[in-house]
Design a binder for this molecule. Sequence first.
Ligand SMILES: Nc1ncnc2c1ncn2[C@@H]1O[C@H](COP(=O)(O)OP(=O)(O)OP(=O)(O)O)[C@@H](O)[C@H]1O
Length: 333
Amino acid sequence: MPTDTPLLSVRDLSVSFGGGADAVRGLSFDVHDGQVLALVGESGAGKSLTARALLGLTPREARVTGSVRLRDAGELVGAQRGVLGALWGRRIAFVPQDSLSALSPVHPVGDQLAAAVRSVRGLSRRDARARAAEALDRVGVPAARARAHPHELSGGMRQRAVIAMAMVNEPDLVVADEPTTALDPELRAQVLRVLGEQRETTGATLVLVTHDLEAVADHADRVLVLYAGRHMESGPVKPVLAQPRSPYTAGLLASLPPAGPVPGRGRRLPAIGGTPPAPGDHPAGCAFAPRCPLADEPCRTRRPDPVPAADRDVSCHHPEHPLLGPELFLETP
Ligand SMILES: Nc1ncnc2c1ncn2[C@@H]1O[C@H](COP(=O)(O)OP(=O)(O)OP(=O)(O)O)[C@@H](O)[C@H]1O
């Protein structure tokens, strides 16, 4: 039944480690039924930890605070393993970066899918096997390959099998953490397409972690830009990528690889200058200020909280700055 209540509601989520290392700092966002939310940001921004916190899958040594609520399942932060275990595979599923880590090396992939089906639905072995074979076929793994062990499949086919595994019990929410990182560039588009098709078929809601802004443009409805574990900008993909209101989003767009055009000019930048702060480093103001061409005194002294600005939320003291755009980061000749 359609509902206005978000499927997933995240409030003030933080993930920290010993010694004051805060990797995710006070994130709040909602994900509604059927949406695709992309989490983007540079390496170390806290994307994976955020994604894992949505499933209760953070490392044992991580301290998770705040709230992650899945509709009709309640609070997941601090939930008992048994409570989470009852949701995994049924209501929430995970597609990791590395397909080998998601599959057992000792069983054929078809058997693993059939076992996943049987663990959730009371089907006979034969019916579960048939359902698993159908699920694999839908992602382009033919019946003959269902008898193969994971290491006997190519990387692309293995990742497609992992997608089938995540989707086979039609979960409400799928969290995919850089699902194409381990693949050759030509396979990436194919695997993302399969993920998108399966999402549409099952009606699942998707949280997609990626470095790839082109993939965001092609596959996501909404985007949440993270920097140093903090919210920078979030909103509908098209306007955010067309006209960023956070200088950090503008910097990410400017540093797209050569295939990605920098709007307005024919030149490109290799990367945003400087490096992100270490997880233990807590600048008083905006975390991006040391690398931001627009930074002024308030940026260095006062942390910007997310503020609604037209169609999105922006954590920046200068969301309307006239120079804001990828051009801000172009190298002067
Ligand atoms: N088990 C851990 N112990 C200590 N610090 C950790 C641990 N796991 C992650 N971190 C730190 O938390 C920060 C965020 O990590 P995370 O993996 O979420 O980043 P990311 O944005 O997904 O990066 P990437 O794109 O490289 O995967 C990083 O600085 C990382 O070093």
